[in-house]
Design a protein around this ligand. Structure first.
Ligand SMILES: [Zn+2]
Length: 178
Protein backbone atom coordinates (compact mmCIF):
# COMPACT_ATOMS: atom_id res chain seq x y z
CA UNK A 1 0.00 0.00 0.00
CA UNK A 2 1.53 3.35 -1.08
CA UNK A 3 0.89 6.89 0.15
CA UNK A 4 -0.84 7.54 -3.17
CA UNK A 5 -3.22 4.63 -2.60
CA UNK A 6 -4.20 6.23 0.73
CA UNK A 7 -5.19 9.43 -1.12
CA UNK A 8 -7.45 7.33 -3.31
CA UNK A 9 -9.48 6.16 -0.32
CA UNK A 10 -11.83 9.13 -0.72
CA UNK A 11 -14.48 6.98 -2.35
CA UNK A 12 -14.36 4.42 0.43
CA UNK A 13 -14.66 7.24 2.98
CA UNK A 14 -17.62 8.76 1.12
CA UNK A 15 -19.43 5.43 1.42
CA UNK A 16 -18.47 5.08 5.09
CA UNK A 17 -19.54 8.61 5.99
CA UNK A 18 -22.88 8.31 4.20
CA UNK A 19 -23.78 5.24 6.32
CA UNK A 20 -22.18 6.49 9.55
CA UNK A 21 -24.25 6.91 12.71
CA UNK A 22 -22.92 9.78 14.81
CA UNK A 23 -20.55 8.61 17.55
CA UNK A 24 -21.38 9.77 21.09
CA UNK A 25 -19.65 12.96 22.15
CA UNK A 26 -16.81 12.66 24.65
CA UNK A 27 -19.00 13.75 27.57
CA UNK A 28 -21.56 11.03 26.75
CA UNK A 29 -19.13 8.13 26.94
CA UNK A 30 -20.65 5.21 28.85
CA UNK A 31 -20.29 5.36 32.62
CA UNK A 32 -17.93 2.42 32.97
CA UNK A 33 -14.25 1.81 33.43
CA UNK A 34 -12.39 1.89 30.14
CA UNK A 35 -9.96 -0.71 28.82
CA UNK A 36 -6.87 0.25 26.85
CA UNK A 37 -4.98 -2.22 24.67
CA UNK A 38 -1.30 -1.71 23.85
CA UNK A 39 0.00 -3.71 20.92
CA UNK A 40 2.31 -3.71 17.91
CA UNK A 41 1.56 -1.75 14.76
CA UNK A 42 2.10 -4.91 12.70
CA UNK A 43 -1.07 -5.31 10.56
CA UNK A 44 -1.14 -9.06 11.29
CA UNK A 45 -1.69 -8.28 14.98
CA UNK A 46 -5.13 -6.66 14.93
CA UNK A 47 -7.14 -6.89 18.19
CA UNK A 48 -10.36 -5.97 16.39
CA UNK A 49 -9.98 -9.20 14.43
CA UNK A 50 -8.61 -11.67 16.96
CA UNK A 51 -10.96 -10.57 19.76
CA UNK A 52 -13.84 -9.65 17.45
CA UNK A 53 -14.04 -6.20 19.03
CA UNK A 54 -16.81 -3.76 18.10
CA UNK A 55 -15.79 -1.32 15.36
CA UNK A 56 -16.98 1.60 17.49
CA UNK A 57 -16.71 2.23 21.25
CA UNK A 58 -14.51 -0.79 21.96
CA UNK A 59 -11.27 -0.49 23.91
CA UNK A 60 -8.85 2.28 23.03
CA UNK A 61 -5.95 0.81 21.07
CA UNK A 62 -2.39 2.15 21.45
CA UNK A 63 0.06 0.86 18.86
CA UNK A 64 3.79 1.20 18.36
CA UNK A 65 6.71 -0.92 17.18
CA UNK A 66 6.49 -4.07 19.29
CA UNK A 67 3.70 -2.82 21.56
CA UNK A 68 6.38 -1.74 24.05
CA UNK A 69 5.77 0.55 27.03
CA UNK A 70 7.42 3.87 26.26
CA UNK A 71 7.20 7.27 27.92
CA UNK A 72 4.44 8.21 25.47
CA UNK A 73 2.44 5.09 26.35
CA UNK A 74 2.63 6.08 30.03
CA UNK A 75 1.64 9.64 29.07
CA UNK A 76 -1.39 8.33 27.19
CA UNK A 77 -2.58 6.15 30.08
CA UNK A 78 -2.08 9.01 32.56
CA UNK A 79 -4.04 11.39 30.34
CA UNK A 80 -6.88 9.03 29.44
CA UNK A 81 -7.28 7.83 33.03
CA UNK A 82 -7.65 11.48 34.06
CA UNK A 83 -9.98 12.85 31.42
CA UNK A 84 -12.34 9.90 31.00
CA UNK A 85 -15.85 11.18 31.60
CA UNK A 86 -14.46 14.41 33.01
CA UNK A 87 -12.91 12.70 35.99
CA UNK A 88 -16.03 10.72 37.02
CA UNK A 89 -14.51 7.66 35.52
CA UNK A 90 -11.14 6.19 34.71
CA UNK A 91 -9.23 3.44 32.99
CA UNK A 92 -9.86 0.07 34.66
CA UNK A 93 -7.37 -2.08 32.78
CA UNK A 94 -4.49 -1.99 30.35
CA UNK A 95 -3.96 -5.09 28.20
CA UNK A 96 -0.52 -5.53 26.62
CA UNK A 97 -0.29 -7.80 23.57
CA UNK A 98 3.04 -8.86 22.08
CA UNK A 99 3.09 -11.23 19.11
CA UNK A 100 5.07 -14.02 17.48
CA UNK A 101 7.27 -13.23 14.45
CA UNK A 102 7.36 -9.55 15.48
CA UNK A 103 9.86 -7.29 13.71
CA UNK A 104 11.24 -6.56 17.18
CA UNK A 105 12.04 -10.28 17.49
CA UNK A 106 13.45 -10.59 13.97
CA UNK A 107 15.75 -7.55 14.24
CA UNK A 108 17.94 -6.61 17.19
CA UNK A 109 18.52 -3.23 18.82
CA UNK A 110 22.07 -3.38 17.44
CA UNK A 111 20.78 -3.91 13.89
CA UNK A 112 18.41 -0.92 14.09
CA UNK A 113 21.03 1.30 15.73
CA UNK A 114 23.64 0.26 13.16
CA UNK A 115 21.32 1.21 10.29
CA UNK A 116 20.46 4.54 11.95
CA UNK A 117 24.16 5.31 12.36
CA UNK A 118 24.80 4.56 8.67
CA UNK A 119 21.94 6.83 7.67
CA UNK A 120 22.76 9.63 10.14
CA UNK A 121 26.55 9.88 10.62
CA UNK A 122 27.74 11.95 13.58
CA UNK A 123 24.87 10.99 15.92
CA UNK A 124 26.28 7.82 17.45
CA UNK A 125 25.81 8.87 21.05
CA UNK A 126 22.16 9.90 20.60
CA UNK A 127 21.45 6.70 18.73
CA UNK A 128 23.19 4.57 21.36
CA UNK A 129 20.95 6.14 24.03
CA UNK A 130 17.70 5.48 22.12
CA UNK A 131 15.19 2.92 23.36
CA UNK A 132 14.51 0.57 20.45
CA UNK A 133 12.68 -2.26 22.18
CA UNK A 134 13.97 -5.55 20.78
CA UNK A 135 12.17 -8.66 21.99
CA UNK A 136 14.17 -11.83 22.65
CA UNK A 137 11.51 -13.66 24.64
CA UNK A 138 7.80 -12.78 24.55
CA UNK A 139 7.08 -13.66 28.18
CA UNK A 140 10.09 -11.59 29.27
CA UNK A 141 9.11 -8.53 27.21
CA UNK A 142 5.54 -8.75 28.53
CA UNK A 143 6.78 -8.97 32.12
CA UNK A 144 9.10 -5.98 31.62
CA UNK A 145 6.29 -3.86 30.19
CA UNK A 146 3.71 -4.85 32.81
CA UNK A 147 6.28 -3.93 35.48
CA UNK A 148 6.81 -0.49 33.91
CA UNK A 149 3.08 0.28 34.06
CA UNK A 150 2.73 -1.06 37.60
CA UNK A 151 5.68 1.04 38.72
CA UNK A 152 4.29 4.31 37.36
CA UNK A 153 3.24 6.43 40.35
CA UNK A 154 0.82 8.58 38.31
CA UNK A 155 -1.66 5.85 37.31
CA UNK A 156 -4.81 4.79 39.18
CA UNK A 157 -3.94 2.57 42.17
CA UNK A 158 -6.50 -0.09 41.18
CA UNK A 159 -5.46 -0.27 37.51
CA UNK A 160 -5.36 -3.90 36.32
CA UNK A 161 -2.61 -4.85 33.88
CA UNK A 162 -2.99 -7.98 31.76
CA UNK A 163 -0.55 -9.53 29.27
CA UNK A 164 -1.25 -11.62 26.17
CA UNK A 165 0.89 -13.35 23.59
CA UNK A 166 -0.72 -13.42 20.12
CA UNK A 167 0.36 -16.04 17.59
CA UNK A 168 0.09 -14.56 14.07
CA UNK A 169 0.18 -18.05 12.56
CA UNK A 170 -2.59 -19.72 14.60
CA UNK A 171 -4.64 -16.60 15.42
CA UNK A 172 -4.63 -17.62 19.10
CA UNK A 173 -4.23 -15.02 21.88
CA UNK A 174 -2.99 -16.58 25.15
CA UNK A 175 -2.90 -14.82 28.50
CA UNK A 176 0.53 -14.76 30.13
CA UNK A 177 0.36 -14.60 33.92
CA UNK A 178 2.59 -11.80 35.13
ZN1 LIG B 1 5.31 -6.58 15.91
Amino acid sequence: MSAESVRKMDKANDAYASAHSPSPSFKDFPDQKAVLVLTCLDPRCEPHHFWDLPADMGPGIMRNAGGRVTEDVLRSIRVISTIMSYGRNTVGAVVIVHHTDCGMINFSDDFVKGKLKERHPGHDQEIDEMFIGEIKDLEKSLKEDVALIRADPFLPKDLEVLAFEYDVFTGKAREVKV
